[in-house]
Ligand binder design. Structure first.
Ligand code: COA
Length: 331
């Protein structure tokens, strides 16, 4: 039996209007615009305004609605929604179900998935497999994080990096079996989880921090440790993707990389000889939006005509867990 191919029928994204600039952060913590630009490449990030009712739910819904519009589809056409996020409002019900309700997608199945910054790539890989298997006919995939809800703005090692954003796509079967995801990795190493985590209770705090500087519910990060992990992993994951597909850098239209820190992306570019025009960077204006970043980049590239039907595109992400994932697409 030949399995169907998979087509990205539409993409969408959403970011809040409110901007948090480096100058704004200078007024909150001991940092400087120069340090942030030099060490991270970030100039500003978007963050939600909770007083306007904005949150993970609204941002994720907006992104999926835009992807459905782009695909000329409506919520009722979907039979599954996967919402990758570590910042949903509630754990029960899932935000995916509330998104389904808002978009009138019933009786679509829906669930939230937690894979931190790797979330969108984990989710698109899973959705590709479900469509290809014939079990699902139209899946809405969302990566969305509202990191401003879990950032301790007194912690300068964390507050400078993160922003809020959502990216989404709709996957449907395609009669061309060669279309869709042609290589994927969903992996992790839970032994390293302490480098990036959000403690709910005092006893979750592992690295001997004292009571005063622990903000429960907020992200704790070993920046240098994550940096070392990310630099190595980024390179390995891209090398493996090229090796296993037999593709060269020339064959790939775009490497869509998680926007973690511009120095991490630049390091992978230099080691692998990736040209500037094939590695999109938007961290300068959006910061690291965790699960939102790869979907946001993908949508922006597609809308700018830099990803078109038939292109080979490599998606790569890594994050808390520790997790990492890649996805090579014939779009
Ligand atoms: N402003 C000014 N100075 C700062 C600062 C800030 N916001 N944050 C740290 N510093 C200082 C440190 O105190 C340290 O000073 P010292 O040398 O006097 O001790 C110096 O800058 C270097 O600190 P370090 O933590 O080594 O900086 P860094 O170059 O590693 O940059 C991160 C810090 C967080 C930007 C960087 O480690 C990073 O991006 N890590 C990866 C994080 C990531 O990707 N997380 C998400 C995973 S998906």
């Amino acid at each position: 039996m030949t399995l169907p191919g998979v087509r990205i029928a539409g993409t969408g994204s959403a970011v809040p209007e409110r901007r948090l600039t480096n100058a704004d952060l200078e007024a909150i913590v001991d940092t400087s615009d120069e340090w942030i630009r030099k060490r991270t490449g970030i100039v500003e990030r978007r963050i939600i305004d909770p007083s306007k009712g904005e949150g993970q739910l609204s941002l994720a819904t907006d992104a999926l609605r835009a992807a459905l519009d782009d695909a000329n589809m409506v919520g009722a056409d979907l039979d599954l929604i996967i919402n990758a996020s570590v910042t949903t409002e509630m754990t029960c019900p899932s935000n995916a179900h509330r998104i389904a309700a808002t978009l009138d997608a019933q009786p679509a199945g829906a669930f939230d998935m937690q894979a931190a910054c790797s979330g969108f790539v984990y989710a698109i890989n899973l959705a590709d497999s479900l469509v290809r298997s014939g079990r699902h006919k139209a899946i809405g995939v969302i990566g969305c994080d509202v990191m401003s809800s879990v950032v301790d703005y007194t912690d300068r090692g964390v507050s400078i990096l993160f922003g809020d954003a959502a990216g989404a796509c709709v996957l449907v079967p395609d009669e061309n079996p060669d279309r869709g995801c042609i290589h994927q990795v969903i992996e992790g190493d839970g032994r390293g989880w302490e480098a990036l985590y959000m403690p709910r209770r005092e006893e979750d705090v592992v690295e001997g921090a004292t009571g005063e500087n622990i903000r429960l519910g907020c992200l704790r990060m070993d920046g240098r440790g994550v940096f070392r992990f990310a630099v190595t992993k980024f390179q390995q994951v891209i090398e493996l993707a090229l090796e296993q597909t037999g593709l060269s850098v020339d064959d790939v239209a775009q490497f869509v990389c998680h926007q973690s820190n511009v120095r991490i992306i630049e390091s992978a570019k230099a080691k692998l000889g990736l040209p500037d025009d094939k590695v999109y960077i938007n961290i300068d204006h959006y910061g690291n939006s965790s699960a939102g970043s790869v979907g946001l980049c993908f949508d922006q590239l597609r809308k700018a005509g830099k990803i078109v039907d038939g292109d080979i595109v490599v998606l790569v992400a890594f994050g808390g867990g520790m997790t990492w994932a890649s996805s090579v697409w014939r779009v």
